[in-house]
Ligand binder design. Structure first.
Ligand SMILES: *Cc1c(COP(=O)(O)O)cnc(C)c1O
Length: 418
């Protein structure tokens, strides 16, 4: 099975006249349609809201599209809060779920009247010195152990730095109640990039049961359950696609089984998806600029790991399409590399592809989330532009590429110039 890019060779040849490669390009139509599918899948819950994880794609144009589709934002830093504020997210449209949080971040989150999600019980007294508590505060849970689904270990919360123990969850609520907090949200993120429709329903069961127990133990009102992120995408063409309709139904089933009989039918469901909202709707478009024939066959691109870190950092698979050669036989085996002085700067290793010629345009798929945003400036490489393919087929630039002056902006070079 092949992955089909949302751009054609002809469109890219048009675009590069104005915006040379490499660049990230996003598909507005795909983003909107997917956001609507998600909203529909959870429409059975009156208070449902998706808080897009800003770190996945921190661009105001993208945030605005999602805002128009009814999403809020999930922020973890001062600058993510500032960006969300500028785009117009307000009050309960902002979730602040950080960890190891600096003082000024808490203060600004409270100024924006965002929901604040405490990562640790010690944050309560840390925060108390900084700002007044809101009516509702959220707490992040870490159940420890392994997180399993169908007897398979999906992740290991016991090794994760996030969240509080079961004991601490209870103690935190008692403490916050004594400080005047009236309602609580509970949150957990237990597995990343899951490809099983059972992940959210299993997580929901854990958090719903916890909500019932905490309500009984602490005599408190649980306002929302935040299922956070973690619903994955099919980076490999052979992988299954998550069925968001089925996922929504699975969470509904758990809600009706656990919360409804406990008189908790007013609990709102929140999600904080990043990858699922954006990854498939972004491409990194680049050009083959070198080939090399030594012990292996190499194709060198004008993009590098500084534009997309996931392959270098996680060994992640990203599908590659050679534009205009979609129907040619994949009878060559290449390592497709960037130009960093790091041997892990490889977008693909031993990948079967059609014969690539210098000047061919290459699409690296599923870079819409955790793509541009994880970029960095190692080796003095500059960040690329970001473009948006609008619903009407036109293309606009939504972030210009960096210039050397951007790279030098924090240095006082005048002191060194003769
Ligand atoms: C990263 C993150 C998300 C989004 O995760 P995805 O894997 O992109 O869905 C959501 N919530 C929090 C707190 C995060 O740190």
């Amino acid at each position: 099975m092949e992955k089909k890019p949302f751009v054609t060779k002809e469109l890219i040849e048009e675009i590069v006249k104005k915006y040379p490669t490499p660049f990230h390009i996003y598909d507005e139509k795909g983003i909107r349609e997917n956001a609507r599918r998600l909203k529909k899948a959870f429409s059975w819950n009156k208070g449902y809201k998706e808080y897009f994880a800003v770190k996945a794609t921190p661009n105001p144009y993208i945030l605005k599209i999602l805002k128009e589709e009814g999403c809020g934002v999930d922020c973890s830093s001062l600058t993510e809060l500032m960006l969300s504020d500028i785009v117009g997210f307000k009050n309960d449209e902002i979730m602040f779920s950080s960890n190891v949080t600096p003082k000024e971040d808490f203060v600004f989150a409270r100024q924006l009247n965002a929901y604040i999600n405490f990562d640790d019980i010690t944050h309560i007294d840390f925060y108390k010195e900084l700002a007044p508590f809101a009516k509702t505060m959220c707490l992040r849970y870490n159940p420890g152990g392994d997180f399993t689904l169908n007897n398979e270990i999906m992740d290991t919360p016991k090794d994760a730095k996030y969240g509080m123990t079961r004991e601490q969850m209870k103690d935190a609520i008692i403490k916050l109640k004594s400080y005047g907090v009236e309602s609580f949200g509970i949150h957990a993120f237990l597995a990343s990039n899951t490809k099983d429709n059972g992940y959210y329903p299993k997580l929901a069961s854990i958090l719903f049961n916890l909500a019932v127990e905490l309500k009984n133990e602490c005599d408190c009102h649980i306002e929302f359950v935040n299922l956070s992120g973690g619903v994955g995408v099919d980076y490999k063409p052979s992988e299954p696609k998550n069925d968001i309709e089925l996922i929504g139904q699975g969470v509904k089933e758990a809600y009706e089984r656990i919360l409804i009989p406990n008189n908790m039918g007013d609990v709102k469901i929140f999600t904080e998806l990043g990858r699922f909202m954006l990854a498939p709707y972004g491409h990194l478009v680049c050009k083959a600029i070198h080939e090399k024939h030594i012990y292996k066959e190499y194709i060198g691109l004008d993009a590098c790991a500084a534009n997309l870190m996931r392959p270098a950092m996680y060994g992640a698979y990203h599908h590659i399409t050679v534009l205009g050669k979609e129907n040619e036989k994949c009878d060559h085996i290449y390592d497709v590399t960037g130009g960093l002085c790091e041997n892990n700067d490889k977008f693909a290793i031993d990948r079967k592809l059609p014969k690539i010629d210098i000047g061919d345009y290459i699409v690296i798929h599923d870079t819409g989330a955790h793509g541009f945003s994880m970029g960095y400036n190692y080796n003095g490489k500059l960040r690329s532009a970001e473009l948006l393919l609008k619903e009407d087929g036109s293309v606009i630039q939504i972030r210009r590429k960096e210039e050397p002056a951007d790279y030098f902006a924090t240095l006082d070079l005048d002191k060194f110039r003769k």
